[in-house]
Design a protein around this ligand. Structure first.
Ligand code: CTP
Length: 210
């Protein structure tokens, strides 16, 4: 099967030396791409800036911004059987990107931000029959309630509920625990373990009906 997986943060430029980003390490997305490739699937990984090596047998496409990620994903999404959006895509970007380094003054400043495209929601609108679309819900509270909302609102087959901001799991850690919820009402709890072995289980769930 053909997998398309996104990973890592995006960077949204403020000026030539500054940007807005988040704590995503890319480890979960890279582990998923590695697990998919190891299981014999053709795998494309679209990644924001991270300090990780591409897993073997994975085609890596590197991007920086949410807009670049959206463009690269749309080039290959139609021919993908299973899409997993593990990237922590920035929801907002500065309206104005300064061409020169911004100089400081004595007072406060305000950055005006505009929404980026919700790539997963766009994919949910153009999903074709048989295609499996999975997203992550990165939450600091009301984990399953918020995850379920994303599953429905973005027209997904699976949402992988992922508590972030804690000490033992989430963005920076080598370990993670998730709960997978499907549009068919399945609930699979995967307790805390190494992201690489967790990824093998997630890939196995996503391919089980195929
Ligand atoms: N996502 C996306 N494009 C965005 C924002 C998010 O494709 N601009 C995807 C993420 O890759 C993830 C899912 O949507 O698979 C949920 O992302 P998350 O950050 O948990 O939630 P948001 O939808 O951004 O909502 P909120 O930030 O309000 O929780």
């Amino acid at each position: 099967m053909k997998f398309l997986i996104s990973a890592g943060p995006t960077r949204e430029k403020i000026d030539p030396v500054r940007f807005i980003t988040n704590y995503s390490s890319g480890k979960m997305g890279y582990a998923l791409a590695g697990a998919a490739a190891d299981a014999g699937h053709e795998t494309i990984l679209v990644s924001g800036p991270v300090c990780l090596e591409a897993p073997r047998n994975v085609t890596l496409i590197s991007v920086e911004t949410a807009a670049e990620m959206a463009a690269e994903i749309k080039k290959v999404s139609d021919s993908s059987d299973i899409i997993i959006m593990a990237a922590a895509v920035a929801d907002y970007r500065p309206i104005k990107v300064h061409s020169e380094k911004m100089k400081k003054g004595s007072g406060n400043i305000t950055l005006e931000l505009e929404r980026t495209e919700d790539i997963l929601a766009s994919l949910g609108k153009i999903k074709h029959p048989g295609q499996i679309l999975a997203g992550f819900a990165a939450e600091t509270n009301k984990l399953l309630e918020n995850a379920l909302k994303k599953l429905n609102e973005k027209n997904l087959d699976w949402i992988i509920a992922n508590e972030v901001g804690g000490k033992n799991s989430g963005f920076m850690s080598d370990e993670n625990s998730v709960t997978m919820l499907s549009a068919d009402g399945e609930k699979i709890v995967l307790p805390l373990e190494n992201k690489k072995s967790l990824a093998v289980k997630i890939i196995s769930v996503l391919t089980s009906g195929k």
